[in-house]
Structures are given as C-alpha cells and as structure tokens.
Design a protein around this ligand. Sequence first.
Ligand code: UDP
Length: 483
Amino acid sequence: MTRPPHAVVVPFPAQGHVTPLMHFAKLLAARGFFITFINTEWTEQRIFKPPNDSAAVSAELQRKGLQIRFLSLPDGLPPHHPRVLAIDEYFLAMHKLAPAMVRLLESAADRAPPITCIVTDCFVACTHQVATQLAVPRVVFWTYCSSAAIALANSRLLLDKGYIPINVKEARLPENLITCLPGKIPPLRPTDLVTFFRVQDASDSMFQLVLYESDMQNKADYALINVFEELEGPEAAEGLSKGYPALPIGPVFLPEFLEGDESSSVNIATSLLKENLDCLKWLDAQAPSSVLYVAFGSIAVVSMVQLQELALGLEASQQPFLWVVRPDIAEGKSAVLPKGFAERVRGRGLLVEWAPQLKVLSHPSVGGFFTHNGWNSTSESISMGVPMIGWPLWAEQFHNCRFCKEIWKIGMDLESRVEDVNVLVKREEVEKVVRALMTGPQGIELRKNAAKLKEAATKAVLPGGSSYRNLDKFTQDMTARAN
Ligand code: UDP
C-alpha cells in the first residue's frame, strides 16, 4: 500500500500568510497528504475559538476525509507585544523557533506517518534548520507573485549592483530599470522592490533581516508560488529555480471557493478577526457593479489625517462603498472619521471592522476594489474579476500595484504616492480616481480585462489547468519520496 506523504506546513504568524497556507494545506490533504499545521499559540488562539478549537476542527476535517492536525508553540514574545507592527522584533523571535519546532515535531511523531517535507512560508527562515535537522526537503511556499518573489530572492544581486538600499528619488529614472533578474519578467523599477529596502544604508536592521530571509529562501529544495502561470507567463517562475522545481500552484483559495456548496465544503476559519457578515445583506440591496469595496488588509496603518482625507474623498465621489475600517488602522489608535461623516454617507456607504473579503469580492454588486495590493487581496480581486485602485503601503505592494496598472491593465494607482509612502493623498485625488474606476470609460476597460483574468485563474485551478497540473507534479514527487 502507498504511504501518504506527510507535509509539515509552517506559516508566518500573520493573516496574509496563515490564510493561504491553510488553503494550501487543505488542497494537499484533499490529494491524500497527511498534514501537520504549525501555528504559534498567538495565532491559534485567534483562529480557533471555542467550541471550534483546533482539536474539534481537526476531528471535523477527519470525518470529511482530510487528515490535518494542528500543533502550536509559543513565539517567545510577551502577550501584549505588537507582533507584526514591530516587524523586526517579530522576525527575530521567529528566527529562534527552530529548536522548539523540532522538539514539538519529535514529541508528536508517534501519531503520524514519517515526515516527508516541510512546506514553509517564504518568511520563516528557521525552517531551514528544522528541515536540515530532520533530514527532509524544504519546500518554500511563496505568498508573492513570481516576479516579486524573484526580486526578493535576488536581494544579494541587487545589493551588489547598487539597486538597494533604494534611492527613491532616482528610482524612476529609465537608466535605473532593473533588467538583471532571472526569469522572463518585465524590467522592474527600484520602487517596485520591497519597501524594507527604502533605507539610508544597508546596516538597517530590517534591511539585514530581509537579506537573511532572502538567503534562506534560496536554500530551498522546491518552490511553490501562489499564482497561476497565465498571469505572468509560463517562464516567469523559472527565475525562482536554483536547480529545483519552482511551480505556480495558485490561487490556492480558489478551488474551494469554486466548489460553491458551502454545506459540503470543509471550511476552516482562517480569519484572525471576527467577520461582519451583515454587509453581505447590504450588498444584496445594491445595484450590480455599483459598490467600491475599500480595504487595506490586516496590517496596514495610515495616519489619522490621511484616514480623514480618504473618508472625505470617498464621500465626495458620490459612489456607494463598503469600507473596512479596522479598529487599529489609524496608527494603532481608535479611528476617528470626519465629524458628521457617518450620517452624511448613511445608505450609500457602509463601514465595518472586518469583512468576509472573498464573499464581498465575489458579490455581483461589487464593481471595484480600493486595496493596499497585498498579494492575497490582489490575487483575490483578480480571481473574482474586480478591477482595482492601488494604495500600496509596504512590503512588495508597490510591485503588485504597478503590475496591476501597467502590465495586467486591471488597476489604477495614486500617482502622488509612489516615491513617498507618507505623502498625504488629498481628498480630490481620491474622489477623482474613485470616479474614474467606478463610472469612467477607463473603468469599463479595466473591468473587461479583469473579467478575462478571472476566467484564466479559474481555468488554471480546475482539472487540466496549469496550477492543477503543477500540484499533481508536486503530489507525485512527494508521494515518491514517502515510499
Ligand atoms: N481580509 C479579510 N477581511 C478584511 C480584510 C482582509 O478577510 O476585511 C483578508 C483578505 O481576504 C486577505 C487577507 O485578509 O486574504 C489580507 O492579506 P493581504 O496579503 O492582502 O494583506 P496583508 O494583511 O498581508 O497586508
């Protein structure tokens, strides 16, 4: 009898990483893998709420034929530490987790088949040590698109060639376009690179941490990318390979979403915050493609002044909107919106603290997405055929925003912000871009292009599609290793 491959899946403990890795774990389990999913206790407490604790969820999955068990370990930080908002300390804490992770896996070894591979988030460098100690291959799962992943994985090359640290003033000069990266990808601007490189000099702590992560990303045995081949071209992902397979297998959330039948599909909660489901009823009452969905992911913060300017721009646009105002979006303080704003937009605008984003984006009333262009949000919007306005804030969001606008032609941006993330975007610019997307001819064009990409994404994950086939290959490779 064939032994099932056993994949240990390790996300970085933040929303935009736990969600795709959880979806991927389910995809693997549906193909016969035994999965051990490792969360930090901090994440586990937020995702699994009684009575649906991790053991109950695992048992429910098992009843449906999916073997996924959840293990957790402390991240070593005090309870009130801001975690992702103090990102360098968070990275450093994660770097120290290898010994505890090995002990955890060894202590749970008798209840599982032998480990076949570690599927690691691209930002959990300590899994290199874990995989080495357990003598199993390390599969890096990229939560970026291929071109952004290639840029990050080649940080040393970019440092040697003087592109990083980034001099934002000169970054847009044509002679500074980056053409030395492997893989068939469009030339990049230095401002497309992760914002952690927008520092004065290379001794900056976050600069060094990201460089270290990049070195570890390259010490992989296999790479999987949460994107579909048709988006960036079949040869783009090859730029990530260092002699091992580098396969696009995404968007990983889409197969489950396409199943459509909520009663039979296996839904594991992946949200760290409580979703407001009432907004779906509100969307039901709106006209087709009329609503702008506004959300900036789980981490991004803006200044209070910027938040107010954004609110006034949305109000002036006269367009219906559903806006996720996370309680901590205004630099960790309670968000204060302009006086009388809620009353003035009542009926036309709805504010929630956290939305069921996938359901929102797939709702027929939603016609545009004002997003920070995190890769999950971007790929969800692409998969649902929704054109975007980009408000990138950090990490590789500037890359995604530019590609949506210039390469895939499904998005607009806020010109004033490319060079300085802290520039105050005025209400007039917000109003103008919102109107252009929701009512202008350019919006119609972008919507058409987005609909084509939605079709391509759907094809890719269905049987016979590129991502489906790549996942078959990965499954075969790991099954062969396990036997
Ligand atoms: N999300 C959500 N509800 C919200 C806002 C975001 O469920 O109100 C989800 C979204 O669907 C995505 C994730 O949170 O899967 C955010 O990931 P992304 O990479 O876009 O941004 P990050 O949070 O990492 O900055």
